[in-house]
Write a protein that binds this ligand. Sequence first.
Ligand code: MTE
Ligand code: HPA
Ligand code: MOS
Length: 769
Amino acid sequence: MRFSGQSTPHESARAHVTGEALYTDDLMSRFPGILHAWPVMAPHAHALLARLDISGAEASPCVAAVLTAKDVPGENDSGANRHDEPLFPEEIAYHSQPVAWVLGESLEAARIGALQVRAEYRPLPAILTIEDAIAAQSFHSTPQRIVRGDAAVAIAASPHRIEGRLSIGGQEHFYLETKCAIARMDESGGVMVEASTQHPAETQEIVARVLGVARHRVTVECLRMGGAFGGKEVQANPLATIAALGAAKTGRPVRVRLPRRQDFALTGKRHPFQAQFTAGFDENGRICGLDLTLYSDAGWSLDLSDPVMGRALFHCDNAYLIPALSATGYVCKTHKTSQTAFRGFGGPQGMVVIEDILDRIARTLAVEPHIIRERNFYREGDVTHYGQTVKDADRIARIWEELKTSSNFYERLAAIHRFNAAEHHRKRGIAITPVKFGISFTATFYNQGGALVLVYRDGSVQVNHGGTEMGQGLITKTRQIAADCLGVEIDAIRMMPPRTDKVPNTSATAASASTDLNGAAIRDACRQIQARLAPVAARMLDCDETQVRFADGLVNDALTFAQVVEAAYKQRVPLFAHGYYRTPEIQYDSKTAQGRPFSYYAYGAAVSEVKVDGFTGEYRVLRADILEDVGDSVSPLIDRGQVEGGFIQGLGWLTLEEFLWDAEGRVATAGASTYKLPSWSEVPEEFHVSFLKRATEPGVIMGSKAVGEPPLMLAISVREAIRAAVAAFGSKGIVAIDSPATPERVFWALRRAQGREPISSTAAEVMHG
Ligand code: MTE
Ligand code: HPA
Ligand code: MOS
């Protein structure tokens, strides 16, 4: 029996619903005498810390210690890439930035202690918007640029041109488990950190840096995360570091757990973007040239903002051939939380812009948008603006046609036109949009994975690898893969939580690549073990080594795996192996912005239908149909969950979740009461998800494809369906609407379509020839 390909439930599904699944904070009760940390937060977005007096806090009842810069034995910095994140700052760089941490016998004691800290600030002018940053030329890095041909010449020579801008809002990760870490010292001077982190190896690196010790003194483990979505890729590090620093100073276990409001106020989100574009196109709506400038609001520190912008520029083509393109990205430095990885990693912002442009072209030419999209598709053999051949480009059209048929697209489109002609105050819209998402970390060196497989004498197996579980089902999938690769029953495999002392120097669980990387590393380890067991089994079976087959916990259906393992042990054959994998054939030169950054593309498409109320701008998603290319799925039930969840998360970002900051730079939507998340009532009334058949991906573990991030961008179909409905309120013309398309923005957009409002300045349009 093959376990890969089976619809196995999530390995922790039962434990998730019974509450038996342990998260980092649940370990707290195991450590008597644990201290709780509370931050002293600066009340300015930008200021100098003039004075910090912690004596009041130190004297406060049940306060064990107050952590400040003086307590840092190593480097006072937690910046993962550039060292630009002082843990205890002298200059405040964003509102609510911690300047000290109070450790108390209880959380309440720490909180009361923090109130006793006297801090004086000299406020400075703050940069709070992308516009302010551009005006002040406040950028984190030099602009990134990808150029193909001469876009200006191509645009000038085009029969038609449009110019426009689009503002794209940020997004809060809103994982259910807020950020958390627990640290304790051991008797040999080591520090053990339990952290809700996507990147235990980097958490280890940063803790070691701040403590001023070698990395072998620091062990980081992540049991599982209650969601992460990119938010715990680097931003788990500073909190783990505070816990470790507290443990080092006091010798007692220390717990840092952010309450929801602090998680909102202190930690990074999806980057807000501004886009400016000029596109030239022909009578058929084919893009001839595109000049695109993207600005991201990166917040106070660099974080992952450079590669996020890079991925936005890589994906500003989505599934379309743009023959001449000049794409430039500016990473704006503002006095806000440091924006970070979020499912799609810049790809969503890049794709929203090109889909917005294609709809504008369609409205300009009065052609159905799906036709304009089709005409611009990549074909087999086409090359992207960064020089990568679009492998399996024919899948774009194949998925598109299959989905149009299965979703009854044309009949529904015709019915919607009839409905809209008859109704004045309610309109419907339908849209189909594609996704082409590049799989691999764009920093090539991250594309490696490691595993450690331990076989015990009874034939039971422990599997360790570098990937963390955040609900995405990685552990379920890698367990299926391990059982198949070793040829044992799935119950013989026990998956161990990732720890830096089992598999070192691992990459973040990110870029949707974790099954590819860790699965292949496990396969490598299993092959080594089988190769060592085969001669042992051959002697027992009196056959040739090459005839030995491992399957279902049996060897050649004659011996049990355990019998062979025990015999091998007696013959002094090692029963454990480390496995390793690096993605082949990828390379990228960031200087020329050319290469093959991605191992392959994940494809998909979605059809969404909405209805919009002309009096209020409110809308509902009536139906969504998705066709996703996951190769040969390792775990169809898990993958379905990823597709459904990703789509709904994208829908939230594009239509509901409006992230606001107030004039002081404070997060104004720091909780579920003011920040509208998608819930059950926003799930489409009809929701069909299916997978592309005959889609084996050669060279990837089990022929599968990555699924974690790509479905998020399928939600662009919802935004485009809303724009189609808004367009139906008017006679013709472009629908400019900033993201998220909240009911309020939809209302003003449809008033503009009706000719009752002037074109707004935030979504200004300039039309040419
Ligand atoms: N699914 C759940 N349930 N929770 C998460 O936090 N994170 C997403 C995606 N799916 C996430 C999720 C993100 S941002 C990524 S990069 C991938 O899962 C990471 O896991 P993978 O590499 O195993 O796909
Ligand atoms: N995707 C997601 N996370 C990352 C990447 C990437 O390309 N690079 C570094 N962290
Ligand atoms: Mo995902 S944004 O790559 O953690």
